[in-house]
Design a protein around this ligand. Structure first.
Ligand code: 3HC
Ligand code: NAI
Length: 699
């Protein structure tokens, strides 16, 4: 059982021992109930303390257990809390580090709560698409007031114990102890001090009212409208807390329970739970154990102070790591530094960054024109022009000067990392670090593992990614890595849709309604249509049989590269990002269609979404099968954090799982019948075909 029972004098201490965060899985729940039973049966015990070992009191219900029988198996969390409330001897929760979700609910069921400072207190269930399901919506308002409780429940955000302890009239904590180190002793002393109290206080017996009643809850419903667009949970949190103020405790609990169970079965909640686990799983590499020794990264160098180099440098400066930037000419360095300054100054202006922090960060930045000055860096990231010859020159110079053991990384987006590694005598130290633009903002980092990349290099860069607050996903070497290889197929489908009868705005609108941050044509305009053009020109040589729509080439021939030229698929007004449809572009598409002898047809939003999303899915299945991605959930993370895929859909593969792979394959077979599409592409990848036939899912 993952809970320990010990008696200290006349106090029994039940300690949850379920690392990493004492999730309230079945064996921990059993352990608590078991401990309560022993304590109440032992005449020498007068009071009971519940606490958590290690880095948390408790992070709440065990998310890994959700959707399994174990989650509901008795004693379920509500039964554990009931057992605590019914204990004839006082039960004191001793909170430290983290008390979240079911962990906080457990504490609210105890007769008393003592807390250490610095403890993160939250009901974060809304972030998993659910609401607190073990009385949190009914008990928290009773101890900190309706408004603060609803704010916490709807936002899911954590508040430090010392802040909550300052709320006037709060009954959440009976005592805030001096420090985490004194918690154990102070909790024991507190438990002894309440040993004789009867009747024992219960949160459920406290009153719960809001003076403005209906008016307040109407206001609250309006407030959550924005955040509820794609998620049902926030509005349901309001309903549950309202029930706490208007119904008897037991009836309020029944309302909470019903909503909890309904939300648990929504696709939105499944997606959010999938992403929670997927994000954490992404940092794990099957053949690189978590105890692999890591290299020490104290100083970083960046080659190239252009669009990417500047953003990459900012990530390290933000994390307090010194950066030296190298360029070929002083003017390029000056330009790069000026851009970094401009970015920081904009943050200072908006009040997002304090002036002194800005200065501290800039003080960590230095520049050079001489490779010899980089020799002491532990990690160097190259972000120069995307030409193999230029990369070769850079990596040869790095090889000559960098100290042994330094990690040499390339931010290349299309070139072969193995070739780059072989420009050096130390291919084991070379890795791809593919940042996304703007590199100081986008959370995704594709870590490209070369054939020779050493395991400790992989372990180190994954840890560095976490330090600079990126979500890192490992990709093998292939053209476009995970994300861009998939987007190429998506772009190709976009082109066919135009040829068959859509306008760019129609396609974008359908995809944005589906939830994409941007439709494919607005995205092209943002990234620069010339990038795709260059790739296609290469493809026309490499794969002359591959079918492409020529519309995007016609657009580029007009110099309409997108926002940077003020015109792309849409028009743009300087200083604004609004995409304004352009009649000439639409005429260009219509003329091209006519030249091909195609009679335009009306294409439904559903077909647009399916063709674009399933094109990602089919390519992803090839990527998985080839071992370019380690697991399906990694691909979902790439699309959520790098390409604006809707969070409530959980990533393209989670979405395909939700639709059902059998249905996905059926749709692909239908698309293959369309003579204007690419039948060869729509042949389901073998992995997809197999999973669909076996009734399985990707995740
Ligand atoms: N259940 C199971 N595992 C959990 C967990 C939970 N509730 N919370 C965190 N973990 C695991 C993570 O999966 C990760 O595992 P790994 O090491 O195998 O990858 C490990 O704990 C560490 O997590 P983080 O990487 O997130 O570590 P941090 O230190 O950055 O954060 C945390 C710790 C603040 C606890 C954060 O993990 C968190 O916010 N967890 C989610 C808490 C939550 O949502 N609780 C509510 C659960 S639902 C519930 O309680 C329902 C109830 O109302 C009935
Ligand atoms: P950029 O043109 O903005 O910047 C490149 C910089 O490198 C320039 O300042 C140039 O002076 C400098 N440079 C060129 N050769 C050099 C050399 N031999 N030594 C030192 N400095 C040199 O290019 P950008 O967009 O920053 O791209 C850089 C790399 O990042 C490329 O490999 C690109 O494929 C990759 N990338 C670009 C993304 C983007 O959206 N722009 C996204 C992800 C990766």
């Amino acid at each position: 059982m993952t809970a320990e029972y010990k008696v200290h004098g006349n106090v029994a201490v039940i300690t949850m021992t379920n690392p990493p965060v004492n999730g309230l899985g079945l064996s921990t729940r059993q352990g608590i109930v078991d401990g309560l039973g022993k304590a109440n049966a032992d005449a020498a015990v007068q009071s009971i303390v519940i606490t958590g070992a290690g880095a948390a009191f408790s992070g709440g219900a065990d998310i890994k257990e959700f959707g399994t029988d174990r989650a509901m198996q008795e004693p379920n969390l509500n039964s554990v809390i009931l057992a605590i409330e019914n204990s004839p001897k006082p039960v004191v929760a001793a909170l430290h580090s983290v008390a979240m979700g079911g962990g906080l609910e457990l504490a609210l069921g105890c007769h008393y709560r003592v807390a250490a400072p610095g403890c993160s207190i939250a009901l974060p269930e809304v972030k998993l698409g659910i609401l607190p399901g073990a009385g949190g919506t009914q008990r928290l308002p009773r101890v900190i007031g309706v408004e603060p409780a609803l704010n916490m429940i709807v936002s899911g955000e954590a508040i430090k114990s010392e802040m909550l302890g300052m709320l006037p009239g709060q009954k959440l904590f009976d005592k805030l102890v001096a420090s985490p180190e004194t918690l154990a002793a102070e909790a024991l002393a507190f438990a002894q001090s309440v040993a004789g109290v009867r009747p024992l206080p219960l949160v459920r017996n406290l009153p719960c009212k809001h003076p403005e009643g209906d008016a307040y809850f109407q206001f609250a419903r309006n407030m959550v409208k924005g955040m509820s667009k794609n998620f049902p949970a926030p509005a349901k949190c309001v309903d549950a807390v309202e029930a706490a103020t208007k119904k008897k405790f037991a009836d309020g609990m029944a309302v909470e329970r019903e909503i909890f169970i309904n939300l648990m079965w929504t696709a939105e909640s499944r997606s959010l739970r999938h992403l929670f686990l997927a994000e954490r799983a992404a940092s794990k590499i099957p053949d690189v154990p978590s105890d692999t020794p890591k290299r020490d990264i104290q100083a970083v160098a960046v080659i190239g102070a252009g669009t990417m180099g500047g953003g990459i440098a900012m990530n390290f400066l933000n994390a307090g790591i010194p950066v030296k930037m190298l360029e070929m000419k002083q003017e390029a360095l000056d330009r790069g530094i000026a851009t970094i300054r401009k970015n920081y100054e904009a943050q200072v202006k908006k009040g997002k960054l304090k002036q002194d922090k800005y200065e501290q960060r800039m003080a960590l930045l230095s520049t050079t024109l001489d490779y010899a000055d980089l020799k002491d860096a532990d990690l160097v990231i190259e972000a120069v022009f995307e030409e193999l010859g230029v990369k070769e020159a850079v990596f040869k110079q790095l090889d000559a000067v960098m100290k042994p053991g330094a990690i040499l990384a390339s931010n290349t987006s299309t070139l072969d990392v193995n070739k780059i590694a072989n420009f050096t005598q130390r291919p084991q130290d070379v890795v791809g670090l593919h940042f996304f633009s703007p590199a100081n903002v986008m959370k995704l980092l594709e870590v490209v593992r070369g054939e020779a990349t050493a395991k400790d290099v992989m372990a180190t860069v994954m840890a560095v990614a976490k330090k600079i607050k990126k979500v890192a996903v490992v990709s093998g070497v292939c053209d476009g890595f995970i994300g861009n290889r998939m987007i190429e197929q998506y772009g190709r489908q976009g082109g066919f849709l135009l040829d068959e009868g859509c306008t760019p705005a129609q396609v974008d609108k359908a995809m944005e309604k589906f939830g994409m941050a941007m439709g494919p044509f607005r995205m092209g305009d943002l990234a620069g249509n010339d990038i795709g053009w260059a790739i296609r020109k290469r493809r026309y040589q490499e794969k002359p049989d591959m079918k492409y729509s020529k519309t995007a080439d016609l657009l580029c021939e007009k110099g309409r590269f997108g926002q940077k030229t003020g015109a792309g698929w849409y028009d743009y007004v300087p200083g604004k990002r609004d995409a304004i449809p352009n009649a000439e572009v639409e005429q260009m598409i219509a003329d091209h269609r006519a030249a091909l002898g195609i009679t335009p047809r009306k294409i439904s939003d559903e077909e647009i979404v399916q063709r674009l999303v399933f094109s990602l899915v089919n390519e992803a299945a090839h990527i998985l099968e080839e071992g370019i991605a380690n697991k399906a959930s990694d691909i979902d993370i790439v699309y959520i954090y790098g390409y604006g895929f809707p969070v409530h859909r959980g990533g393209p593969l989670n979405y395909a799982d939700e639709v059902g792979l059998f249905n996905v394959v059926q749709a692909m077979n239908r698309f293959a019948q369309n003579p204007l599409d690419d039948a060869a592409f729509w042949k389901p990848a073998p992995l997809l075909a197999r999973l669909a036939a076996e009734g399985k899912t990707f995740n």
